[in-house]
Design a protein around this ligand. Structure first.
Ligand SMILES: [Zn+2]
Length: 305
């Protein structure tokens, strides 16, 4: 039975047609710059048309960048300009597409895809961690996705790793994302640069964003500030993973996301080594996500009703 999966991201909307775990077709379009709910829905409909429309399609799943409640309402989406407050995305899309629509958190969907068809295939208990601008999470226990009654399960980026620590984008303090996410790491690099510590990170990026590539370049050049900030981020990630793993006897951690991909195997192995030091009992395996761009959309399709 064919389903459509859509991954709604801050920069692009990626769609797939799937039969089981097999991807039959893909399509992508840019996310509208003014990403109001109406504009986003219109663009998703266009992606579905690019995929050949809904003829023969049983249901549609969407991964959205924010917490999602059981009715398919996206509660907040900080990466989509124009989304102020909750948006009943599943209901609105079902009206436009005339098919049942299920909406899940995007990292939850990507984690579920890695569990069913990717790096953690055959593993029942899996934690997914997506390290990019922020740090997102997904949790599969006993082969089932854990959502939480209010849609906020597995938000590993907002686990507390240091009391009274750095300010987090969510308004809290000492959360993992402030240490291991690209935006939090950039804020720390700029703070240290302004305090008189020279660093290639700011010299190369100037006023523009310190991209994952700039981070990788600075590390390769032995930049002290970059090395220390990345090492601290890896340590905090290991602290959060060790705590999460002990709670549920986790057997596998899948790491994905733009910054994680750019930092690559040496960084992931460093996280795994620190996790080993902090773990109670045998640590979970730490593996890289393998499905790439279609992963989130595939997971959303697999989770569609
Ligand atoms: Zn937070």
């Amino acid at each position: 039975v064919a389903r459509i999966g859509v991954d709604l991201g801050g920069t692009k909307i990626y769609g797939v047609v799937v039969d089981g775990v097999e991807v039959l077709a893909t399509a992508k379009r840019k996310t509208p710059r003014e990403a109001t709910p109406d504009e986003v829905i219109h663009r998703i409909v266009r992606v579905v048309e690019d995929l050949g429309g809904v003829e023969g399609i049983e249901s549609i799943g969407v991964g959205a960048p924010g917490p999602v409640d059981a009715s398919g309402t996206v509660l907040v989406a900080p990466n989509l300009t124009g989304w102020d407050g909750p948006v009943p995305l599943a209901a609105l899309l079902a009206q436009s597409l005339h098919r049942p629509v299920t909406v899940e958190n995007d990292v939850s969907a990507a984690t579920f895809a890695e569990h069913r068809a990717g790096a953690a295939r055959g593993v029942a208990d899996v934690l997914g961690v997506w390290v990019g601008t922020g740090v997102g999470g997904g949790l599969v226990i006993g082969g089932r996705l854990v959502r939480g009654e209010r849609g906020g399960a597995a938000e590993i980026g907002h686990m507390a790793v240091r009391p009274g620590g750095r300010r987090c984008g969510c308004g809290g303090s000492g959360h993992l994302e402030a240490y291991a996410g690209r935006a939090g790491m950039e804020a720390e690099a700029r703070r240290r640069h302004a305090a008189g510590e020279p660093t290639q990170l700011v010299e190369e990026a100037g006023d523009r964003r310190i991209t994952s590539r700039v981070w990788a370049d600075a590390l390769a050049a032995g930049d002290v500030v970059a090395t220390e900030i990345v090492a601290e981020g890896a340590e905090m990630l290991a602290v959060a993973l060790a705590s999460a793993a002990a709670l549920v006897d986790m057997t596998a951690v899948v790491i994905g996301g733009g910054l994680a991909e750019r930092l690559g195997d040496p960084w992931r192995e460093e996280v795994a080594r620190r996790l080993g030091d902090l773990s109670f009992g045998p640590p979970p395996s730490v593996v890289a996500a393998v499905l790439g761009d279609p992963g989130g959309a595939l997971g959303a399709a697999l989770l569609a009703g």
